[in-house]
Design a protein around this ligand. Structure first.
Ligand code: ZN
Length: 283
């Protein structure tokens, strides 16, 4: 990569002494993007801009260099790039966060630089903290109110994923030379020690919630014994589409109604007390 005077000025704001173009090696990496990743998560475009600011000046590590010792590179410029010709799985223009990093040339990193120049497959791993994890299907904040939607599953033709935003910190980035057969790309990790434990806890909670939702749905349908025929079918269909929160509200209403007037089950559907329930069914 050609080193422009502007790049030198930028990187020299981070160094203890001024470096010349001959003394440094500069390369560009894609840190992350807004595509849904292998964990069923994606960064919002705002999050990419937040990360862009946070990664400036951050030092990254090369994990697998041939000499076995760790080498460092430092990001001196970041940019958020939008490719209007490409659309992501979530239907947004493909947008990525790219970084320019420099290394000071030494005898020890000459081989590594040759490998990067030679176009070896590269994988960048970033570590950051996202304050918001929102479900793409229902818009709920999953860390506060976990919903029953599962990433990669389809709901009304839309694939569920988690949108990460409100980036609070960017801890590090590392650069890994991986064998050619592996897909090059970006892996993101955060709260690295806790994440697998949290994942299994989250998975357990989701399973429990699904179970509770299913049981509540059955209970709601059985509570609705006042309707027969088409009305009861419409009610069951409406209940199929409700989420746990809606089902619980309806269940409470049905129970309250039955307690208030046990004889209401025998009344005609036009009865005032049942009017709200009928409206619900027809929705
Ligand atoms: Zn959801």
């Amino acid at each position: 990569m050609e080193i422009t005077p502007e790049m030198l000025t930028q990187l020299n704001t981070l160094t203890r002494r001024e470096f010349t173009a001959d003394e440094v090696y500069i390369f560009r990496v894609r840190l992350c993007d807004n595509e849904i990743d292998r964990d069923g998560e994606r960064f919002s475009i705002d999050a990419l801009h937040e990360l862009s600011k946070l990664f400036e000046g951050k030092t990254g590590v090369f994990d697998h260099n041939p000499s076995g010792e760790k080498q460092n590179a430092r990001i001196f410029r970041t940019e958020v790039v939008t490719d209007e010709t490409k659309t992501t799985g979530a239907g947004e223009p493909y947008t990525s966060l790219c970084a320019y990093a420099y290394m000071v040339r030494t005898d020890g990193n000459a081989d590594l630089i040759r490998e990067i120049d030679g176009g070896i497959k590269k994988e960048v791993s970033i570590s950051c903290s996202a304050g918001s994890h929102v479900c793409s299907v229902c818009g709920k904040e999953r860390r506060i109110a976990p919903c029953t939607h599962i990433p990669f599953q389809e709901y009304s033709g839309k694939t569920c994923h988690v949108i990460l935003s409100q980036i609070t910190d960017a801890y590090e980035w590392s650069f890994v030379a991986v064998p050619a057969q592996r897909n090059a790309g970006v892996t993101k990790r955060y709260d690295e020690n806790k994440s697998s434990q949290q994942d299994s806890q989250l998975f357990h909670c989701q399973r429990l919630l699904r179970e509770i939702e299913e049981r509540t749905r059955k209970e709601v349908i059985s509570l609705n014994c006042c309707q027969k025929g088409a009305g009861s079918k419409a009610f069951a269909m409406a209940a199929e589409r409700m989420d746990l929160e809606e089902l619980l509200v309806l269940r409470d209403e049905l129970i309250a109604e039955q307690e208030k007037s046990p004889e209401s089950q025998l009344r005609p559907l036009a009865d005032k007390e049942n009017a709200s329930l009928n409206e619900f069914c027809l929705k």
